[in-house]
Design a protein around this ligand. Structure first.
Ligand code: SF4
Length: 387
């Protein structure tokens, strides 16, 4: 039954998007498709709310293929909410290293402590109560409530934003306030009365495998008959493309200063890009080219750490991106000459034995630099995300 085209441009919040017949048909087709196509993913083998929560937080901004290994490693190290609550923050960050968006890891840790200290280690079952926990927004709460507890809670994340936008042919910006209202309403409207866990996972799976961003595989899709974008031939124009981001170029330098088998490291402060992680002394530089940068680096190193070094020599240059910045990072080494870390140091500056670098949580570029100076790593399967 083709969808009525007079419905496809109705973008008013509160407007009905699906008739009862469409909903029935959509659910039936989706369940049947999911039964045949669901991937065997490690977090789907249990409905333990802790595992659902960890996987959903990891999957925000990160591909399934990357999350598989991180999830398994995280759960092996910290299998319960109690073990996460009791873990040292450095261990949590080390397990998260390479996933980027480290605030997620710190909030997981804070939420686990709250569940253990205030809720006797039991996850709340309702969306409203789940949203009281640090870092748990409407989507994550809906995912935990529906997948772990089969609560009738809608979900809306990257895959389902795209899928719903196409199903209802929503042509405005789906991430605007109005767009979010319309899509959350569609997500709620479409929910069946039971089997919510399966239904929500099936929606995300279809969005991820079939209703893909640039070339949706409509020929393989079970929902063509209820998809307004497909009916109107708009599937490649919806959702509306995001505005191109303006990037800012930045030059940075990092430096390895060695002293008696140890290297100078600093822990990033609470307001910094990689709060809680460790890094080589690193700063923005103005000088053009590594040769001209030597003096500037030595001066900034002294200011940042209290340590004076000899002439820095370039080891390598790395280009990477963090949010809207495109960064050229020059990595230097220099001998220690003089100076002491101030005893009043609040920044966590330390001389770290090279052999201990593999245990410290570092940014992705920090890990690459550590490998450059021969500090082997115990965990080498990292992706380049979040710098
Ligand atoms: Fe997406 Fe095409 Fe399926 Fe519509 S028919 S939901 S555009 S894959």
């Amino acid at each position: 039954m083709p969808i009525a085209t007079d419905r496809i441009s109705d973008e008013r919040p509160g407007a009905p998007h699906f008739t009862a017949t469409h909903k029935q048909r959509l659910r039936r087709k989706l369940f049947a498709w999911y039964a045949r196509n669901a991937r065997d993913l490690p977090w789907r083998r249990s409905r333990d709310p802790y595992r659902v929560w960890i996987s959903e937080v990891m999957l925000q901004q990160t591909q399934v293929a990357t999350v598989r290994d991180y999830f398994t490693r995280f759960i092996n190290a910290l299998p319960t909410v109690q073990s996460l609550a009791a873990a040292d923050e450095q261990q949590v960050l080390r397990l998260w290293e390479g996933l980027g968006y480290y605030r997620r890891a710190r909030q997981l840790h804070a939420a686990a402590k709250k569940v253990v200290a205030e809720l006797e280690g039991e996850f709340p079952r309702s969306v409203e109560e789940l949203r009281q926990l640090p870092g748990i927004g409407r989507y994550t709460a809906g995912a935990i409530a529906s997948i772990a507890f089969d609560q009738r809670a809608p979900i809306l994340e990257a895959n389902t934003v795209r899928l719903f936008s196409r199903l209802i042919a929503y042509r405005s910006d789906p991430l605007s306030t109005a767009g979010q209202r319309v899509l959350w309403q569609a997500a709620e409207d479409i929910l069946p009365q039971k089997n919510i866990a399966q239904f929500n996972q099936a929606l995300m799976e279809l969005g991820s495998l079939v209703c893909t961003p640039s070339e949706p595989k409509c020929n393989d899709c079970p929902l063509t008959g209820v998809c307004a974008a497909f009916t109107a031939g708009l599937q490649t124009e919806i959702p509306r493309p995001k505005q191109k981001r303006q990037y800012t170029k930045v030059r940075e330098a990092a430096i390895c200063v060695r002293r008696n088998g140890r290297v100078l490291m600093r822990q990033c402060g609470a307001n910094e890009r990689w709060a809680g992680l460790w890094d080589f002394p690193r700063f923005e530089i103005d000088a053009e080219g590594p040769l001209f940068a030597q003096k500037e680096i030595a001066t900034k190193l002294r200011k940042q750490t209290g340590i004076a070094c000899g002439d820095p020599t370039l080891i390598t240059s790395i280009r990477h991106g963090v949010t809207r910045y495109r960064i050229t990072l020059d990595f230097f080494q220099a001998p220690y000459v003089a100076g002491r870390i101030p005893s009043t140091d609040q920044q966590g500056i330390r001389w770290v034995p090279t052999a201990e670098l593999p245990d410290l949580p570092l940014s992705t570029t920090g890990r690459k630099l550590a490998q450059q100076i021969g500090a082997s790593t115990t965990q080498t399967r990292f992706v380049s995300r979040g710098g």
